[in-house]
Design a binder for this molecule. Structure first.
Ligand code: A2P
Length: 340
């Protein structure tokens, strides 16, 4: 169930990083949502300039992104990496466009809203030209936790992620395929994008570990949750892992509630009333959220709902699967554009 409405007047939209894994999904989401568009500019590096991408019934020529690319643009959707976002932010804002940024460049910056439209849409009103899209694992985590938390406050969450290659872009997705082929053919494989061979393997998330022992992805989940909820009452501890899945992240979540946990019927009811969530929880058929079934879906799938009996009526376990490229990135960003 989606409840976010597209704008009533047509907008000029630019996509920065249009040829990337998220960039292509920006186009598919704009198309599927019937987002009214006056003009669509597709921007990428010099390497892709002149190539053509299909949008609706049109072939659009990809242009090399320059600081002059944003004249006349209303909304600039960025997914070309943090350094590019930082380099171009001023040019976008000077052109009068709103930058909706999928990178981590501005997420924790004071004054820049960090938005999950189903959770804190009101924050989008206080922007000064830039709005940040949260990290994909944070979005999927909060989509599963917030519907319960809003009615039954959560004190502590323990989350373990099973993250797909798509979070690291096209090159990582290709590397997963190639390393799997090499393993099947008993051929040597030297990873380029990931730290270790990816096929038939899993490893701790490939982001920097600081002196605390947490990697950057784990720290993002903790800090971004505080910013989105405007509260430190819900404490989060995370373990982030890459698994050999092409797209759609999964997360195993253990929740400790302040007062009491919702019972299963109450939890199901809360999810049913929340946009962007679908419960997949069939114990008889052993059918629960899976990355293959979450791929291409706008909704996040939630299931494996069960009481954590170690917490005396205060604990609940659950499992969520969400398309990292959609709700974890492009869909969330386009939904933010719809709020403006
Ligand atoms: P290009 O395809 O021309 O390299 P992914 O996240 O899948 O790795 O994609 C990254 C996206 O960012 C691609 O669209 C890529 O374009 C784009 N990109 C990379 N460097 C630049 C740059 N200097 N200017 C504009 N876009 C860039």
């Amino acid at each position: 169930m989606q409840s976010i409405k597209v704008p009533t007047s047509a907008k000029s939209v630019a996509i920065a990083g249009a040829t990337g894994a998220v960039g292509l999904e920006f186009m598919s989401v704009l198309e599927k949502m019937n987002f009214p568009i006056k003009e669509l500019k597709l921007l990428a590096s010099k390497r892709s300039a002149g190539s053509k991408l299909k949008f609706r019934d049109e072939e659009i020529v990809v242009q090399e992104m320059t600081k002059d690319s944003f004249k006349g643009v209303d909304i600039a959707l960025f997914s070309a990496g943090s350094s590019i976002s930082k380099e171009y932010e001023q040019a976008v804002v000077d052109a009068g466009a709103v930058l909706i940024d999928n990178s981590s460049a501005f997420r924790m910056r004071e004054g820049t809203p960090l938005i999950v439209p189903e959770i804190n849409p009101q924050d989008s009103r206080n922007h000064s030209g830039t709005i940040a899209n949260p990290n994909c694992s944070t979005i999927i985590f909060l989509m599963a936790v917030y519907p319960l938390h809003r009615a039954y406050p959560v004190k502590r969450a323990v989350v373990s992620t099973y993250q797909a290659a798509s979070g690291a872009g096209w090159a990582a997705m290709e590397e997963l395929k190639n390393s799997t082929r090499a393993a099947l053919d008993s051929k040597p494989f030297t990873p380029q994008k990931m730290p270790y061979p990816y096929g038939f393997n899993l490893f701790s998330h490939n982001s920097a570990i600081d002196e605390s022992g947490y990697n950057e992805e784990e720290r993002k989940m903790i800090k971004e949750t505080e910013k989105i909820l405007h509260s430190t009452d819900l404490t989060v501890t995370a373990t982030c892992v890459r698994v050999p899945v092409l797209r759609a992240h999964c997360e195993s979540i253990n929740l400790e509630f302040s007062d009491r946990a919702p019972n299963l019927a109450e939890a199901r009811e809360l999810y049913a009333a929340f946009p962007g969530i679908r419960v997949v929880d069939d114990r008889e058929k052993n059918h629960f959220p899976m990355p293959l079934e979450a791929s291409g879906e706008f909704d996040c799938l939630v299931g494996r709902l069960r009481e954590d009996k170690t917490l005396n009526s205060k604990g609940l376990n659950l499992f969520v699967a969400g398309d990292q490229l959609l709700k974890g990135a492009a869909l969330n960003a386009v939904q933010i554009a719809c709020l403006l």
